[in-house]
Design a protein around this ligand. Structure first.
Ligand SMILES: *Cc1c(COP(=O)(O)O)cnc(C)c1O
Length: 350
């Protein structure tokens, strides 16, 4: 399939959202990686296992295009277009040692014929191994160059790398960690508008949305898109790294920036964070994550990942068990991908 060229009319937008929301989306060209919306699927066996009072659904963003799929494809759809429009020949980004975002950035770079440099942050001391499988194996396979820095070493390494590339005559474009700035989050605003519209067309809106809250573009973008089409559904962000207070302020800042693109406010009370699934820290396993990964696999045939969606789904199960949702509620879990790292961590059985 040939991708649309820069600034070609994006026909997938024709029926999306209000005229004002469409105008905002049109003002920011995307590369066209997301031509077909992944399905929203019911999860009847998991719903039944949890008592049957709540109807659970999953948005299959793990099935998005680019190598291995996942949420970052939606952000890269906008970011890579901007990189190409600015004449870049090299993508530079950063992430953890099993970063899904780095995998997908490397995949986009390969597809566009761009160079790709990844700065990998060893957030857990001793967690990096050059021989590691999962995403680490795929970085090199996709042609990306990698360097590893200790926790907190990213900014200095990226600055040095950008200078080095420029000195060598390259034109690098920097994509922030997780692709999380207002432009990247726009990919999720668009996704949210599409989810809301589809549910409205079917006459069955959702009563709550549960997603992982990491670098924040997903959470901020979903809130922006839902509110931009007048949907006030509560969004629960399950933190995978920081405590609730810190994560809330990180999301509020990004939500403001993204909502501004639509000319909208970003009410602080929209940002709801659950931090009970972080456990000992980012990427470190918890019993709740393990049992959520097992439940999705055995009951619905869906692979989660141990770092993000396993903990996000553990948050979903916790909310259902605690009675956070009314009987009969329709709850949507956003599957943001990540399964390739499952083949490295193998969290189940304990
Ligand atoms: C990056 C990522 C997230 C978190 O999304 P953010 O926009 O960074 O908050 C969730 N799930 C998976 C699989 C990811 O790779």
């Amino acid at each position: 399939m040939s991708l649309p060229t820069t600034n070609s009319p994006d026909t997938t937008l024709d029926s999306l959202g209000s005229a004002a929301a469409r105008a905002t989306l049109r003002a920011h060209p995307s590369r066209g990686y997301v031509q077909i919306e992944p399905p929203v699927e019911p999860m009847p066996r998991l719903s039944k296992e949890l008592g049957g009072a709540v109807e659970l659904f999953v948005k299959r963003d793990d099935l998005l295009p680019l190598a291995g799929g996942g949420s970052k494809t939606r952000k890269l759809d906008y970011l890579v277009q901007q990189a190409l429009d600015s004449g870049a020949d090299t993508l530079v980004t950063c992430g953890a040692v099993q970063s899904n975002h780095c995998r997908l950035t490397a995949s986009a770079a390969a597809r566009e014929g761009l160079g790709c440099h990844l700065v990998l942050e060893e957030r857990v001391a001793g967690s990096y191994s050059p021989e590691a499988g999962g995403n680490n194996y795929v970085f090199g396979l996709l042609g990306a160059k990698t360097q590893v820095v200790p926790l907190g070493g990213v900014d200095a390494a990226v600055a040095a790398l950008m200078e080095e590339l420029k000195a060598a005559g390259a034109t690098p474009y920097y994509i922030p960690g997780g692709g999380s700035n207002a432009l990247g989050a726009l990919g999720y605003a668009r996704a949210a508008i599409s989810v809301v519209e589809e549910a409205r067309k079917a006459g069955r809106p959702f009563d709550a949305v549960v997603l992982c809250s990491g670098s924040g573009g997903t959470h901020a973008g979903m809130l922006t898109g839902m509110r931009a089409c007048g949907d006030q559904t509560k969004v629960y962000g399950v933190s995978v790294r920081f405590d609730a207070a810190k994560q809330k302020s990180r999301i509020e800042a990004q939500y403001k920036e993204c909502a501004k693109l639509f000319g909208n406010e970003a009410p602080e009370e929209d940002v709801v964070i659950i931090d009970s699934q972080v456990g000992p820290g980012y990427s470190l396993p918890t019993p709740e994550m393990r049992s959520a990964v097992e439940a999705f696999a055995k009951l619905e045939g869906i692979l989660l990942d141990p770092v993000y969606t396993g903990k996000g789904a553990a948050g979903l199960l916790q909310l259902v068990r605690e009675g956070a949702f009314q009987p009969g509620a329709r709850v949507l879990f956003l599957h943001t991908g990540g399964a390739p790292s499952l083949f490295h961590y193998q969290p189940v059985p304990e």
